[in-house]
Design a protein around this ligand. Structure first.
Ligand code: SF4
Length: 210
């Protein structure tokens, strides 16, 4: 298949249990919960997105005719000589495009594959680190993985109702919104009241990384 990539770049992972790790971010174009156009935001299932995933015009983006070409592109971004450790596959919704061929091709290049998905599409087997970030009003079919990252607050999502999902880590992340202080306060409150949840911050934004 042809893969549509919004952007791809080398950085440090900013969120979750692997925060601080060098990683190539591979951001696929497109999402099934929002078109990405501002005029559609209010009627979208997911309305708080902070990511531009429309098109293939970002740095390192483009259309890739097959999995091997895309995997070699990721390798080139990582750089020669350094041990290849981590590619973070995100979007948009990465499970719209991350198929078995690309999983195999990235593994063949020596990468561990971390994925950040909204959980509405079953994850492709072979992913090494699966982060699911549930969105209120969506049908979550992927209820197991490595980390469940709850962006908070979200009306219509009850943390207590998802605590029995099969994840190793339960993370609460303040929503990046106009009232950040209020979001931080309720995220801290959730972690204090329900100890299963650990506070995670978007460190890349704090330190000025992409
Ligand atoms: S599901 Fe994720 S990528 Fe899609 S609109 Fe929501 S935050 Fe953005």
């Amino acid at each position: 298949m042809t893969y549509a990539v919004k952007e791809a770049f080398l950085t440090l992972q900013g969120e979750g249990m692997q925060a601080g790790s060098r990683a190539v971010f591979l951001r696929f174009a497109g999402c099934n919960l929002w078109t990405g156009r501002e005029e559609d935001r209010r009627k979208a299932v997911c309305q708080f997105c902070d990511t531009d995933f429309v098109g293939t015009d970002g740095a390192g983006g483009g259309k890739f005719a097959d999995a091997d070409l895309l995997a070699r592109h990721v390798t080139a971004l990582w750089g020669e000589g350094a041990e290849r450790l981590l590619v973070v596959v995100t979007g948009g919704e990465p499970m719209l495009q991350l198929d078995a061929a690309l999983v195999d091709a990235l593994h063949a290049e020596g990468f561990r594959i971390a994925v950040e998905s909204n959980g509405t599409i079953a994850a492709t087997p072979g992913i090494d680190w699966l982060c699911i970030s549930p969105k209120a009003g969506s049908d979550i079919v992927q209820r197991s993985g490595d980390e469940l990252k709850l962006v908070w607050p979200q009306a219509g999502l009850d943390p207590a109702a998802i605590e029995d999902w099969d994840f190793a880590h339960f993370l609460v992340q303040p929503m990046d919104c106009e009232d950040r202080e209020a979001a931080m306060a309720v995220a801290i409150a959730l972690a204090m009241e329900r100890p299963r949840w650990r506070l995670t911050l978007q460190a890349h934004k704090i330190v000025g990384l992409r």
